[in-house]
Design a protein around this ligand. Structure first.
Ligand SMILES: NC(=O)c1ccc[n+]([C@@H]2O[C@H](COP(=O)([O-])OP(=O)(O)OC[C@H]3O[C@@H](n4cnc5c(N)ncnc54)[C@H](OP(=O)(O)O)[C@@H]3O)[C@@H](O)[C@H]2O)c1
Length: 590
């Protein structure tokens, strides 16, 4: 056991670069450190410009409107702007670009000279995105983070990864890292894999330029237009739809290529494949004293900070919990499998503790931050508690009598994949019903009603389709594999300040799930599934950085169009994991 670690003493006067500050984890980490360690030197917040907003503008808006900063606003009131300006400097950049895309050489040199720690929280968290996006953010992002660290005089890199880099395996997963690791056991060479991805990507792009591909895209465009009764003679419309069709076909091929590669090596999806490649690249690029991997498990609503229940966007199990509030109550999962959930504030405290250990040079190579080995929550218990939380809510607030009377009494259960109410069974029953309604010769007076029911069954089939996708997505985590993630490294040294203790043994799952987590999701995340807006937050004192700070930090001319793509392969539009089925990815468009 190391000697006791004081977070306050360790972070005092230290300079830290944070990426991913606009994300779920990054925001809570930033708010927590500014709140609880006000003696920190400077936090450089690296943000990219987005949606025509410069980085500084995004930062101001984020602090002014995100509930994650509520305790900080309450503490500083009207002086919040001054406080933030003294401790934070916004850096416009992009992790997928060499040198993090920082354009100002003086700023880059200052960072290389002054930084003590880089916390790389930026990542693309969609399970199966366009392979080019995963490569540029997760893989190039890690490569650039390592190169940036190497140029620094003394900074160390704390890279946020995920426990699930372990891939499709079972059992106890140690806190170790082997750059040649692949879950299937074959030796993995990350540089060779990156080169193969680049070659495969060039081939995909070339294939899409071919006359055959053009003809196939045009045929699909015209078919789509015909199905919708659109005018095929309208050349402008044809061109617009054709452009969309081509983009989607290209993306589909990149997703398929990524899935093929992930499966070949034994990872669940493109996300865990790319995150594991990131780990290997960093471990190969930097000496051990300069890096550490921080692997959270499934990050969920805050237990306590910024306040109980805070959550943002569609994070990992939110869609499942949402769907279990409706008619879908039979979740295919294996009874007894660990469901390794950890509240976001525990993760951020852990990230601070690991950062402090790095600043002392006493760090472990890997910190896993989960609950399964210290306070096990099983998937069946999580499903039971989810149903309990939904039932409690529906009894009191159900919109219809059906919800208050029936759904509020209907338990959710863990089932086998081939259960009577499994998604394929429900789908084929619904399809059978729809076809019967459409094809049966009803008396004239019943025909209209039968058509209405058939349409409703079609709508229900869309929901079944969404559920099917979700079940597929989660199957490796809740059914096929069972992991216990060793989480010991974080507890190697006792931490002096209790507000940074992150031992999940203190979590009481029933209270957390029913009274904190699901109500938090209902407030902050479920509205997004229904195309509604979560409650707005505005502090009592409107937040603005002081003028001097904004002019000093004024962002250079907007450079969104100057971003280069991964290996010059072009970027596809980042699309959410369930595009077309669920609403946009983030609660806040910053
Ligand atoms: N959420 C989980 O359950 C979970 C579990 C284990 C590990 N993790 C890891 O934790 C990290 C943070 O996850 P999260 O849940 O906070 O994700 P998130 O909410 O989706 O946030 C992702 C962050 O990464 C930033 N980012 C993406 N691409 C970037 C780029 N090219 N340059 C600069 N910034 C970029 C985003 O910035 P923009 O606002 O500009 O898009 C955003 O701030 C990720 O590395 C993830 O792999 C998350």
């Amino acid at each position: 056991m190391h000697s006791a670690l004081s977070i306050h003493q360790t972070f005092a006067g230290r300079h830290i670069l944070l990426t991913g500050a606009s994300g779920f984890l990054g925001k809570v980490w930033l708010a927590m450190v500014l709140h609880r360690v006000p003696t920190v030197g400077k936090i450089y917040v690296l943000l990219r410009p987005k949606a025509l907003r410069a980085a500084l503008d995004r930062f101001e808006r984020m602090v002014a409107t995100s509930p994650a900063f509520k305790p900080l606003h309450e503490l500083h009131g009207a002086a919040m702007g001054e406080f933030i300006a003294r401790r934070v400097e916004v850096v416009e950049g992009d992790v997928s670009l060499p040198g993090f895309g920082i354009q100002d050489p003086e700023l880059a040199a200052r960072l290389h000279r002054d930084l003590d720690l880089i916390v790389n929280c930026a990542g693309l968290v969609d399970f199966d995105p366009d392979l080019r996006e995963a490569m540029s953010t997760n893989v190039d992002g890690a490569r650039n983070a390592a190169a940036f660290t190497a140029r620094c005089a003394r900074a160390r890199l704390l890279h946020v990864s995920t426990c699930y880099v372990t891939g499709l395996r079972n059992g106890t997963i140690p806190e170790t890292l082997d750059p040649a690791f692949s879950p299937c056991g074959d030796a993995f060479d990350v540089d060779a894999e990156c080169a193969e991805v680049a070659t495969a990507s060039e081939q995909i792009l070339a294939a899409h330029e071919s006359p055959d591909a053009e003809a196939a895209a045009l045929a699909e465009t015209l078919e789509q237009m015909r199905a919708k009764g659109q005018d095929e003679g309208n050349q402008m419309m044809v061109r617009n739809i054709l452009r969309r069709v081509k983009r989607q076909r290209l993306k589909d091929d990149f997703v398929a290529e990524g899935q093929r590669r992930a499966t070949r090596w034994g990872w669940h999806n493109i996300y865990t494949y790319s995150k594991s490649m990131a780990e290997a690249l960093i471990a190969k690029a930097l000496p051990p004293e300069r890096w550490s991997m921080f692997r959270p498990a499934i990050v969920e609503s805050a237990l306590e900070y910024p306040f109980p229940g805070w959550n943002q966007g569609f994070n990992t199990c939110t869609p499942l919990i949402y769907l279990l509030g409706g008619w879908f109550r039979h979740m295919p999962a294996r009874v007894g499998n660990p469901f390794d959930v950890i509240p976001v504030d525990f993760v951020c405290r852990g990230l601070v503790v690991a950062g402090a250990a790095m600043l002392h040079g006493q760090h472990a190579p890997v910190y896993q931050c989960g609950s399964s080995d210290r306070n096990l929550l099983t998937i069946d218990r999580a499903i039971e508690l989810t149903a309990l939380a939904h039932r409690k809510h529906l009894r009191a607030h159900g919109d219809t009598a059906l919800e208050r009377v029936l759904l509020s009494r209907w338990d959710a259960i863990t089932t086998d994949l081939d259960h009577l109410f499994s998604v394929p069974n429900v789908r084929s029953a619904a399809e059978g019903l729809r076809d019967w309604l459409r094809e049966t010769k009803f008396p004239k007076f019943m025909r209209r009603r039968a058509d209405e029911w058939a349409d409703k069954t079609d709508d229900a089939l869309d929901t079944v389709e969404t559920i099917d996708k979700m079940v597929d997505l989660y199957q490796p985590f809740v059914h096929d594999n069972a992991y216990i993630f060793t989480s010991q490294a974080l507890f190697a040294a006792p931490v002096v300040e209790p507000e940074f203790h992150c031992d999940p043994r203190s979590i009481e799952w029933r209270r957390y799930w029913v009274d904190v987590h699901v109500p938090g999701l209902r407030k902050w995340c479920f509205p997004l599934f229904e195309n509604k807006t979560p409650p707005a937050y505005s502090p009592r004192h409107a937040f603005k950085l002081p003028r001097s700070a904004t002019s000093e930090q004024a962002a250079p001319e907007h450079r969104a169009d100057a971003r280069v793509a991964h290996a010059d392969l072009g970027r596809a539009q980042l699309s959410p994991q369930l595009a077309g089925h669920l609403a946009p990815h983030h609660a806040e468009v910053l």
